[in-house]
Design a protein around this ligand. Structure first.
Ligand code: NAD
Length: 281
C-alpha cells in the first residue's frame, strides 16, 4: 500500500515510521527541506536505539528506512492510496493543501488529516469529492501511542470510514471512531488538564515543576502537564486550546493561558526549540 504523509515534523515523521514498520511504501513531503533532513536523521537515531535494545534487528532497520522516501513536491504523491496531512494546525492552510492535493491523486485515494482540533467537515468542504476526506488523529509519539481517533465528517462515505479503520487496525493501532466535534475525544478531555495546571501556576499555588511532580508521583500520570506541553510544542498546544475555546463559543472552561501565549510568542516552543517551561539545551 502506498502512503503519503504531508508535513515531516513531530507527527508526520512518527506516522511515517508507523506506516513503514507495517510494511507500507511511504512518501514523506514537506515544504521545508531542513524539516525533511531532520526527520530522516531522527528516524536513524530512533531505529538505532531500537536495534540497541534488540527490539528490531539491523535488517528490519534498513527495511524501514528504505521504505520511506523524502520528496519535495506534492506531485510526487500522485500514486498514493492514502494521504495523511500533518502540517501546521491552521484551517485555511490545510484547506488549500487539500484542494490542491485532490487534483493530483487518483479518485479513490483517501485524504486524511491528523488535525487535533479543526473541523473535518470544513477541511472536506475544500474538496470536490469531500466523501473521501476523513480525520485520522494519531497521538504523540505516534510509534508508541496505541490509540488513533478516526473521525468521519458529515460528508465522509461509509466505505472510506471502514477502509480507514481497517488500515489503522492493520498498523496495530487501537481505533476509536469519534464524532467531528472540536478536540474529538482526547484533546477535549485534555484541555482542562493543561488549562487548570496553567491557572494553578499563574495563581502562584505551586511552581510548574512541583505541579508536574505532584501529578506524576501522587496522581499516577506518566508525564506532568508542563512536561507534556513542552513535548507537544507550545505552538501546537496553544493553537489547539484556542481553536477548541472558539469552537465551543468561548466556554470559559477552555480559555487559553497568557503564560503559554507568551512562551509561544517568544519562540520558546518546548523540546523542539530547546526551551519551554524547562530548558533542554
Ligand atoms: P510540526 O510543527 O512539528 O510539523 C509541521 C510540519 O509541517 C513542519 O515540518 C512544516 O514545515 C510542515 N508544513 C507546514 N505547512 C506545510 C505545507 N503547506 N505543506 C507541507 N508541509 C508543511 O507540527 P506537528 O506537531 O507534527 O503537528 C502537525 C499536525 O498534527 C497538526 O495539525 C497538529 O495539531 C497535529 N497533532 C499534533 C500533535 C503533537 O503532539 N504535536 C499530536 C496530534 C496531532
Amino acid at each position: 500500500m502506498n502512503i503519503a504523509i504531508i508535513g515531516s515534523g513531530t507527527m508526520g515523521s512518527g506516522i511515517a515510521q508507523v506506516a513503514a514498520t507495517a510494511g507500507c511504501a511511504v512518501k514523506l513531503f514537506d515544504l521545508n527541506q531542513d524539516a525533511l533532513a531532520k526527520s530522516k536523521k531522527a528516524l536513524e537515531t530512533t531505529l538505532s536505539k531500537l536495534v540497541e535494545k534488540e527490539k528490531i534487528d539491523a535488517d528490519e532497520k534498513s527495511r524501514i528506512q528504505n521504505s520511506i522516501s523524502y520528496v519535495n513536491s506534492l506531485n510526487d504523491l500522485s500514486d498514493s492510496d492514502l494521504v495523511i496531512e500533518a502540517i501546521v494546525e491552521n484551517l485555511e492552510v490545510k484547506r488549500k493543501v487539500f484542494s490542491e492535493l485532490e487534483t493530483l491523486v487518483s479518485e479513490n485515494t483517501i485524504l486524511a488529516s491528523n488535525t487535533s482540533s479543526l473541523s473535518i467537515a470544513s477541511i472536506a468542504a475544500s474538496c470536490k469529492k469531500p466523501e473521501r476526506v476523513i480525520g485520522i488523529h494519531f497521538f504523540n509519539p505516534a510509534p508508541l501511542m496505541q490509540l488513533v481517533e478516526v473521525i468521519p465528517a458529515v460528508q465522509t462515505s461509509e466505505e472510506v470510514l471502514q477502509k480507514s479503520v481497517q488500515i489503522i487496525s492493520d498498523w496495530k493501532k487501537v481505533v476509536a471512531v469519534a464524532k467531528d466535534t472540536p478536540g474529538f475525544i482526547v484533546n477535549r478531555v485534555a484541555r482542562p488538564f493543561y488549562s487548570e495546571s496553567l491557572r494553578i501556576y499563574e495563581e502562584g499555588v505551586a511552581d510548574f515543576a512541583t505541579i508536574d511532580w505532584a501529578l506524576k508521583t501522587i496522581g499516577g500520570f506518566r508525564m506532568g502537564p508542563f512536561e507534556l506541553m513542552d513535548m507537544i510544542g507550545h505552538d501546537v498546544n496553544y493553537i489547539v486550546t484556542a481553536t477548541v475555546f472558539t469552537a465551543f463559543y468561548f466556554d470559559p472552561k477552555f480559555k487559553p493561558s497568557f503564560t503559554q501565549k507568551r512562551l509561544l510568542e517568544a519562540g520558546f516552543l518546548g523540546r523542539k526549540s530547546g526551551r519551554g517551561f524547562y530548558d533542554y539545551c
